[in-house]
Design a protein around this ligand. Structure first.
Ligand code: PTJ
Length: 245
């Protein structure tokens, strides 16, 4: 990462690619994660590689939801672990959330590598390895979650999530915060809070909003939540991308 000069016009994109490559080499990220990254990168290019105002609003609403939650959980896959391990640990600390590994292509080796990686970045507890509960209406492998983690969570942050799982979690009645650069993808479409932003910008910004709102009264947090309009945010992101073409 030191090799990329920070003033390079595509600095963030190069950094992101580099982290995904490292993740694959370390056995953290699935090969498919490279394709996912390529798709994300194309959308980010069209968004101007910046947090657009509607995404910042979504990030503030996400922070408010997390602070209001009884049991918030942040879901981690192979791309998330490679891109923002320390940032996810910081967010979990800021809003008192659990971290749970949940993989699309689940293998014991990758589960372990990611758990170790998160601990190297300061995580004290990592969920997902028990896998003693199932999300209803989802194929067996994708359905595995911890009974005291995602299964019983009221608010879940699911970055770079596949559509089937996002829908199944929605059906369980959870408040879903989805981070995904493609506003037309099914996951942001079903999310209560769709965050259309690069995860490397989104997560630190949610943490910053959470710190800013840390002393807010419940009323104030609720009004942040209520003022956020998901349809408007999705439309603003789509418009920005179309204008970027
Ligand atoms: O580690 P695993 O086994 O759980 O697998 C994880 C991946 C991401 C490979 C798997 O879930 C997958 O194939 O996902 P998809 O269907 O490719 O969806 C990934 C979504 O994330 C796409 O809509 C991308 O546009 C988006 N995306 C990619 N990189 C970023 C992103 N969104 C935000 N920030 C990014 N850096």
């Amino acid at each position: 990462e030191e090799e990329i000069p920070e003033d390079h016009p595509r600095y963030q994109d190069l950094l992101t690619r580099h982290r995904i490559e490292n993740g694959v080499e370390k056995g953290i990220t699935h090969l498919q994660g490279m394709h996912a990254e390529g798709r994300g990168s194309a959308f980010d290019y069209l968004l101007g590689e910046e947090t657009i105002p509607s995404a910042d609003e979504a990030e503030r609403a996400a922070a408010a939801h997390l602070l209001l939650a009884d049991h918030p959980v942040l879901s981690i896959n192979g791309n998330v672990a490679a891109l923002v391990p320390g940032e996810m640990v910081e967010l979990a600390d800021a809003v008192d959330a659990d971290l749970e590994i949940n993989l699309f292509n689940r293998t014991p080796e990758r589960m372990q590598a990611i758990a170790d990686h998160l601990r190297d970045h300061g995580a004290t507890a990592v969920k997902g390895l028990e896998a003693d509960a199932r999300i209803p209406n989802l194929d067996h492998k994708r359905a595995k979650v911890d009974a005291d983690g995602i299964y019983e969570a009221d608010v879940v942050v699911v970055p770079l999530e596949d559509g089937d799982r996002a829908e199944a979690l929605e059906e369980m009645g959870k408040t879903e915060i989805v981070i995904d650069l493609n506003p037309l993808s099914r996951s942001p479409q079903v999310a209560e809070v769709p965050v259309v932003d690069n995860i490397i910008r989104a997560v630190p910004n949610i943490t910053e909003h959470a710190r800013d709102l840390a002393d807010a009264e419940t009323d104030e947090l609720q009004s942040v939540v209520e003022q956020f309009d998901r349809e408007e945010a999705l439309e603003a992101a789509e418009k920005r991308i179309r204008d970027g073409l």
